[in-house]
Design a protein around this ligand. Structure first.
Ligand SMILES: Nc1nc2c(c(=O)[nH]1)N[C@H]1C(S)=C(S)[C@@H](COP(=O)(O)OP(=O)(O)OC[C@H]3O[C@@H](n4cnc5c(=O)[nH]c(N)nc54)[C@H](O)[C@@H]3O)O[C@H]1N2
Ligand SMILES: Nc1nc2c(c(=O)[nH]1)N[C@H]1C(S)=C(S)[C@@H](COP(=O)(O)OP(=O)(O)OC[C@H]3O[C@@H](n4cnc5c(=O)[nH]c(N)nc54)[C@H](O)[C@@H]3O)O[C@H]1N2
Ligand code: SF4
Ligand SMILES: [Mo]
Length: 711
């Protein structure tokens, strides 16, 4: 370093007047990377940067979103006061006025429209404490059955498939540390390189160690670049791929007979169905070569260990549950689960995508993954909450179906916490209509999101920098998110808001909490004996152990690293295989003259979900400033679409206008649009309202559309 440079750094150093360091975790994906916000005061100006902090999952790494996460959290547009709608404008009001308004409206609406006219729409980006409390709030404070959450659009099919197959749903059956030792990996509909970037070194290490990687995706992505074999299939055809591979395994006798006999149920029925499959039909249905199917079957079965990972590509289908089950059949038939370096991973999406699906935000669920329809479960939770079992409402409906109930006039008020449903739900035009039709809409958010703009009352919530609590990451590791950044304006923690409203509604005794840890203590009791048992976890243990993998059923337990070593979680200890016919859903969208192309949707590296947060971050927004249509050059030519030109994309539900991005990375019969943008770029205006019959997941990953130039 030259003298001049040294002098520059010395001078710069001297100008730092003060420095504060705040521990937290990234607000975005399920890796939940530990991080620190460093805030320096230099010549009386504040300067912030975010750096990674070591921990067992992300090992100190951050991706570009994490490194810039402070930009939205410290953005000037953060809501700092409650705001009430007056005509088309919002006016700031005090919390007292806000609570008074909520109480008046909720009481009136329930008197006039019935208890279940109130609804709650939650999120997997809030803490476990808040997710737990929101479920209790709906049932105990509001006495409504209508609560569901954005995870219904995310983890519902993988969760349902795991519950049906294994009897329990913890996203990863093994720890990340085992990935480098596995010999064969199938990545089905997951783009980890762009969606969980800090997980990549585990897979890169596996590859270095000689693992064979197969990626199934209609597009070439940064993830498929890692693969030895890329199966570039027709969207929505994944069941046929899994069944085709299973057929080859059975025909060539490459299955694990002992494992099947000792540890699974119903293989005979599965085999009977698979024998009726014709591999030529599979090739036609999937657009995948016979060679690729054989190669996958041979490598996966012959290697001593193997893992399958799935994500939204195969899960966000109207037969998503069955699609996941068809891949779990492969693991079970080859005996590659319940042992070292072999197992399943549903790559969870949101920061608390795992924990938030366990503690009662779902319409049919009570804390600890208990069922709201099971009498013993109801009695247990009623007892923990200090109410009678009969007072607990029954099962409600799924996220999207709540909006259908709004249109039908059955739900007339909604409380949305940490979600932007107008952008994230299918059939977005109906969602907008439904939100406008509500008598009273309350939204708790960091910003005036597209959904908040339609609200009657907007409440300012604290962010990941300010709100301490636990989240459960992609591995099933419960982590304590420390957060001590000073609260901005009059914002409140979501859990505080819930407690305050409950007090106003005369239910304060059930919501007497003054710290997140107190809520966690109740959550421990509520989950005791449940499938997702957190009862042995304390904040103290989480600090000492740097997170704990559930189940953790007793004070002396340090959690469970690998699941199913001896038994599966069903009563008989066995895993349940499933007959999964490809044509399991009759109304699957099909190509026609009117709609000659498949549309699939998803993500880009620099943006997160509805983009409400990442579009506020200059460093992230600059990377992708608008939505786009990924389209193959042949297809573009066929439909007269020029490079970088505006294109009108039309489905049976609506139309959008996006700019073309011509690329050979995508199949000729398929186009791709990310969903991080709003208004006429909101791709969910095109997605239909068909839902998976088992879990009510929408079919975000396959619509049929037509294109025309728009300029
Ligand atoms: N950068 C970024 N990271 C994120 C998020 C984000 O918004 N941005 N969101 C987080 C959340 S909540 C989630 S749920 C996860 C999502 O993580 P992923 O599921 O990995 O992300 P997607 O882009 O939705 O879809 C994954 C891949 O599925 C492919 N695909 C589409 N249709 C099909 C199909 O029919 N079959 C197969 N086999 N593949 C198909 C797409 O081409 C895409 O590459 O990411 C998390 N991380
Ligand atoms: N077409 C298509 N649609 C999809 C998908 C797809 O792949 N394709 N994926 C689906 C998936 S996987 C998901 S997870 C959903 C997600 O859908 P959403 O939940 O609607 O997405 P977010 O953008 O995370 O919305 C979170 C909102 O909460 C606010 N917020 C952030 N932190 C806090 C907090 O601590 N408290 C409060 N009160 N508010 C906060 C943010 O500002 C933002 O407005 O989208 C689904 N929609
Ligand atoms: S977006 Fe995910 S991978 Fe990137 S820093 Fe945040 S938690 Fe880590
Ligand atoms: Mo998600």
């Amino acid at each position: 370093m030259t003298e001049l440079m040294l002098k520059y750094f010395r001078d710069k150093q001297q100008k730092v007047e003060s420095e504060n360091i705040y521990d937290t975790q990234c607000p975005y994906c399920s890796m939940q990377c530990k991080m620190q916000l460093i805030e320096q005061r230099i010549v009386s100006r504040k300067k912030q940067k975010t750096i990674g902090k070591d921990n067992p999952t992300s090992q100190g790494r951050l991706c570009v979103k994490g490194m810039n996460a402070h930009q939205h959290a410290l953005h000037q547009d953060r809501l700092k006061q409650p705001m009430r709608r007056i005509g088309d404008e919002f006016e700031p009001i005090s919390w007292e006025e806000a609570y008074q308004l909520i109480t008046e409206q909720f009481v009136n609406i329930q008197r006039e429209d019935g208890k279940d006219a109130l609804s709650v729409y939650g999120s997997a980006s809030i803490t476990n404490e808040e997710a737990y409390l929101l479920g209790k709030f709906a049932r105990v404070a509001l006495e409504t059955k209508h609560i569901d959450y954005n995870g219904r659009l995310c983890m519902a099919s993988a969760a349902t498939a795991a519950n049906l197959t294994f009897g329990i749903d913890r996203g990863f059956t093994n720890t990340l540390q085992e990935i480098p030792d596995t010999r064969c990996i199938i990545l089905a509909g997951t783009n980890i390189a762009e969606c969980q970037p800090t997980i990549m070194p585990y897979f890169e290490k596996a590859k270095e160690n000689g693992a064979y990687i197969i990626a199934i995706d209609p597009r070439e992505t940064r993830t498929t670049e890692l693969a030895d074999l890329h199966i570039k299939n027709i969207p929505g055809s994944d069941i046929a791929i899994a069944n085709g591979i299973l057929k080859i395994l059975i025909d060539l006798d490459l299955i694990d007979h002992d494992f099947i006999a000792e540890r699974t149920e119903d293989f005979t029925e599965v085999k009977k169905y698979i024998e009726t499959i014709n591999l030529d039909d599979v090739v036609k249905t999937t657009g995948v070569s016979l060679d690729s199917l054989y190669q996958t079957a041979l490598v996966f079965s012959r290697e001593p260990s193997g893992m399958i990972f799935t994500a939204r590509g195969i899960e966000q289908q109207i037969n998503g549950t069955e699609t996941v089950r068809s891949f779990l059949n492969l693991l079970l038939a080859t005996g590659k689960i319940g042992k070292e370096a072999s197992g399943y991973g549903a790559i969870t999406g949101q920061g608390n995508g795992q924990g938030a699906r366990e503690h009662g935000q779902k319409a049919d669920q009570l804390p600890g993954y208990r069922s709201i329809e099971n009498v013993a479960d109801r009695q247990y939770i009623a007892n923990v909450w200090g109410i009678e079992e009969q007072q607990l409402p029954g099962k409600g409906v799924s996220a999207y179906e709540m909006f259908e109930k709004v249109i039908a006039g059955e739900i007339t008020s909604m409380f949305v916490v940490c979600s932007n449903p107008i952008v994230s739900n299918p059939n977005a035009n109906l969602i907008k209509k439904a939100l406008k039709q509500l008598r009273f809409l309350v939204v708790s958010d960091l910003f005036l999101s597209e959904t908040a703009k339609l609200a009657d009352l907007v409440l300012p919530a604290t962010s990941y920098l300010e709100d301490e609590g636990t989240v459960t990451n992609v591995e099933g590791r419960v982590m304590l998110r420390e957060a001590s950044y000073p609260i901005q304006g009059e914002a409140k923690h979501d859990w505080e808001i819930l407690c305050d409203i409950a007090h106003q509604l005369g239910k304060g005794d059930y919501f007497d909490f003054s710290h997140a840890e107190e809520i966690f203590e109740e959550l421990r009791i509520a989950t005791k004996g449940g499938k997702a048992d957190y009862s042995g976890i304390t904040y103290e243990k989480l600090r000492q152990e740097q997170g704990v993998l559930w189940p953790c059923p007793s004070p002396d337990s340090t959690g469970t690293a690998r699941l199913f070593e001896k038994n599966f979680a069903h009563k008989n200890g066995k895993a349940q295989m499933a007959v999964v016919p490809y044509q399991s859903i009759k109304n699957k969208p099909r190509l026609s003259k009117e709609y000659p192309l498949y549309l699939t949707t998803g993500r880009v590296m620099s943006h997160y979900l509805t983009g409400e947060q990442t579009r506020k971050s200059p460093s992230l927004a600059a990377r992708d400033i608008e939505a786009f249509l990924e389209i193959h050059p042949h297809t573009a030519e066929k439909y007269g679409i020029e490079a970088d030109s505006l294109v009108r994309v039309t489905s049976a539900k609506g139309w959008i206008i996006v700019r073309s991005r011509i690329s050979k990375a995508i199949r000729k019969d398929t186009v791709f649009v990310p969903f991080h943008w709003t208004e006429k770029q909101n791709v969910n205006q095109l997605v239909s309202d068909e839902l998976d019959p088992y879990c009510r997941m929408p079919g975000f990953k396959m619509s049929v559309v037509r294109l025309s130039p728009a300029n």
